[in-house]
Design a protein. Structure first.
Length: 219
């Protein structure tokens, strides 16, 4: 069984997907982390973020791995722990440019399908229901207002000692959504057969309960 969860930036996908996966005993796959690790690779190589050929020359042999951890999951790029690096502003603000490269997407989609072939997964991203797992039994499209998403990110940042102004966060989120929705290859889009959940006024527990209820109907 496959559960695909898509939606815009900071809509709460990964928080909810992790809990759903744990409760069902499925593997959680954070595809955003894979595009972020790819962006770290481009940065380390000193490449322009639009240099598709330069990046692909190294990406095909690059290892991007996940390791379960108490806090969720650690992400490794060629054996190096990049869990914190992939969340830095440099990577967050440039990942959409790297994720728009057609060859990068082909490589990532191939890897994501290989992981899904190994067992039951909850996979979150932007194109899971439309492109990566078009036959997923459950497809969810999570949305929330940009203001609410910025407020959630702001509150999360404060607990980490990061003090980016709320208005800056909202502008960054809106810019990333705009880039992800308007790119030529696999743009952020709700699959025709996805169930849309607006989480603006819902708690994490309510969203998890709704997804579990939808899943149980399909089991
Ligand atoms: O989910 P997260 O915010 O970590 O994703 C980071 C970026 O990776 C997105 O803004 C998008 O550009 C890209 N992405 C994508 N397709 C996916 C997952 C993420 O293009 N399936």
């Amino acid at each position: 069984m496959q559960i695909a969860i898509d939606g815009p930036a900071s809509s709460g996908k990964s928080t909810v997907a992790k809990i759903v996966a744990t409760q069902l005993g499925f593997v959680y796959v954070d595809t955003g982390a894979m595009y972020r690790a790819t962006t770290v690779l481009a940065n380390r190589l000193g490449l322009d973020y639009g240099d598709e050929a330069g990046l692909m020359a190294k990406l095909v042999d690059a290892q991007i791995e996940f390791q379960p951890d108490q806090a969720g999951q650690k992400v490794f790029l060629n054996g190096e722990d990049v869990t914190l690096t992939i969340r830095t502003p440099e990577i967050t603000n440039n990942v959409s440019q790297v994720a728009a490269l057609a060859a990068v997407r082909t490589e990532m989609v191939k890897r994501q399908r290989q992981i899904a072939d190994q067992g039951q997964v909850v996979m979150d991203g932007r194109d899971i229901g439309t492109t990566v797992l078009p036959d997923a039994a459950v497809k969810i499209f999570m949305v929330a207002s940009a203001k609410e998403r910025a407020q959630r990110r702001y509150a999360e940042n404060i607990t980490k000692g990061i003090d980016t102004p709320l208005a800056t966060l909202q502008a960054e989120i809106e810019l990333r959504d705009q880039k992800d929705s308007t790119r030529a290859v696999s743009p952020l889009r709700k699959a025709a057969d996805a169930v849309e959940i607006d989480t603006t006024k819902l708690t994490i527990e309510q969203v998890v309960a709704e997804i579990l209820a939808i899943t149980k109907q399909k089991m």
